[in-house]
Design a protein around this ligand. Structure first.
Ligand code: ACO
Ligand code: OAA
Length: 445
């Protein structure tokens, strides 16, 4: 057994006791109430999910296994001479909660190399699809097409499944999938935009380095890949991609079905696709201005025009965050260090100066500050990845780290099928009436 699997097995054994104790001794303790506004309004703020992989504080932002972004970037082992950590070591952290040693991280690097071979039929399927299919359609289709490789489904069909061992099959699927996604992504990129001139993987490289290599992007893009995948990995459990993956997995669907479903959710413009939308929006108004960088006054007008035409400002606002997203700040710091004078970065910075005040003045968005998507496209563009409809695939590779770690733990802790209760509008009206009557009686008494 690998060190990672061994450590994980011990952690699971210990954690199961905590979950059982909570259920047995404190199962009826209330952690949330649900209002009519929450039931209609996308369950915002309802505490109804459990995960230990990451936690999102509205003001501080994300912590992965208790570590801030800075602590992760500084504390995890890195390839020789590189500034950003091994993605594989970060996956070790997400799965176990422990910062791996360099040896432990490199063991995962080697393990994943042995799992990285993408079946040939995946390439045939992708080549058979219309070339103008969105890259996220191709990515999701490629993932679900590999379902026949699932160790979990195989074990289930052979009657080997039980609540104690099922995480091990999920773990195998999670590692196999994670190892293959970079090549699937790079293949889609080169199929769509580089005339299907494919670049073979380099078995000497780590996941981030190999992805850059297969994309045909020179260093330091390998560093960008490591940074990007880590930053986009997880954002607790309630976001659309994580929640969808968890929900589908709760029916005992395997990792391939579950991740493909989560990726479909990530493809929505209010979620992961917003990073594509940011670049599309910027390109659109730059074209209208004949390529001239807008002045602050022009930019204010563009933002207001966008709002007045009923559109959202992509890359701004958030369902949970109430401050600038630290993933935005982290990428901004990268830009300040590596591309401070780049015109597109300066434009994105100018948007940061202009948009929050306008959103505050408009008074609708609960969070006027930028999220991760406002900043990520600039860096990609700078390194030559200008095909912005591909950006959400990058996000998807990163997001897989978090959601695959989550569903491995879902199986380990035996979480049941997810099935919240719905009510009808008639029932809501009845609840509202009863509440009104109770209030009037209270007033009279
Ligand atoms: C990786 C990620 O998924 S990060 C999010 C990526 N998405 C985007 O950047 C798209 C732009 N942002 C948004 O649409 C929203 O802020 C979301 C989807 C992220 C969050 O949605 P919610 O939690 O419903 O936001 P909130 O409660 O603040 O919405 C209240 C109102 O403000 C509006 N609003 C919120 N953000 C924005 C924005 N960036 N621009 C304009 N209006 C906005 C909402 O559309 C809503 O309007 P309505 O009352 O007319 O329906
Ligand atoms: O948390 C959310 O709702 C959206 C988000 O930023 C993410 O999933 O990364």
């Amino acid at each position: 057994m690998s060190t990672l699997k061994n450590v994980l097995a011990k952690k699971i054994e210990e954690h199961r006791k905590r979950t059982t104790k909570l259920l047995v001794e404190s199962g009826d303790v209330k952690i949330s109430d649900v209002t009519i506004a929450q039931a209609i309004g996308g369950m915002r703020g309802v505490k109804g999910l459990v995960t230990d992989i990451s936690y999102l504080d509205p003001f501080e932002g994300i912590r992965f296994r208790g570590y801030t972004i800075q602590e992760v970037m500084e504390g995890l082992p890195k390839p020789e001479g590189k500034d950003y950590p091994y993605v594989e070591g970060f996956f070790y952290l997400l799965l176990t909660g422990d910062i791996p040693t360099k040896e432990q991280a490199e063991e995962v690097v080697e393990d994943m190399k042995h799992r990285a071979k993408v079946p040939e039929y995946v390439f045939d399927i992708l080549r058979a699809m219309p070339r103008d299919s969105h890259p996220m359609v191709m990515f999701s289709a490629a993932i679900v097409s590999m379902q026949r490789e699932s160790e979990f489904a195989k074990a289930y069909n052979e009657g080997k499944f039980n609540k104690y061992n099922s995480w091990e099959y999920m773990y195998e699927d999670a590692l196999n999938l994670m190892a293959r996604l970079p090549q699937v992504g790079a293949f889609i990129y080169r199929l769509k935009y580089k005339g299907d001139t494919q670049i073979d993987p380099d078995p000497t490289l780590d996941l981030g380095g190999n992805f850059a290599h297969m994309m045909g992007l020179e260093p330091p893009y390998d560093e960008v890949a490591r940074m990007y995948f880590i930053l986009h990995s997880d954002h607790e459990s309630g976001n659309v991609s994580a929640h969808t993956t968890h929900l589908v997995a709760s029916a005992l669907s395997d990792a391939y079905y579950s991740l493909s479903a989560g990726i479909n959710g990530l493809a929505g413009p209010l979620h992961g696709l917003a990073n594509q939308e940011v670049l599309a929006w910027i390109q659109q108004f730059m074209e209208k201005l004949g390529g001239q960088v807008p002045t602050t006054e022009q930019l204010k007008k563009i933002v207001w025009d966008t709002l007045n035409s009923g559109h959202v400002i992509p890359g701004y606002g958030h369902a949970v965050l109430r401050k600038t997203d630290p993933r935005y700040t982290s990428q901004r710091e990268y830009c300040l260090k590596h591309l401070p004078d780049y015109p597109l970065f300066q434009l994105v910075s100018k948007l940061y100066e202009v948009v929050p005040d306008i959103l505050k003045e408009q008074g609708k968005a609960k969070n006027p500050w930028p999220n991760v998507d406002a900043q990520s496209g600039v860096i990609q563009w700078y390194y030559g990845l200008t095909e912005y409809d591909f950006y959400t695939v990058l996000f998807g590779i990163g997001r897989a780290l978090g959601v695959l770690a989550n569903i491995t733990w879902d199986r380990a802790l035996g979480y049941p099928i997810e099935r919240p209760k719905s009510v009808t509008t008639d029932m809501l009206e009845e609840y509202a009436k009863q509440a009104q009557e109770a209030k009037s009686n209270e007033h009279r008494a």
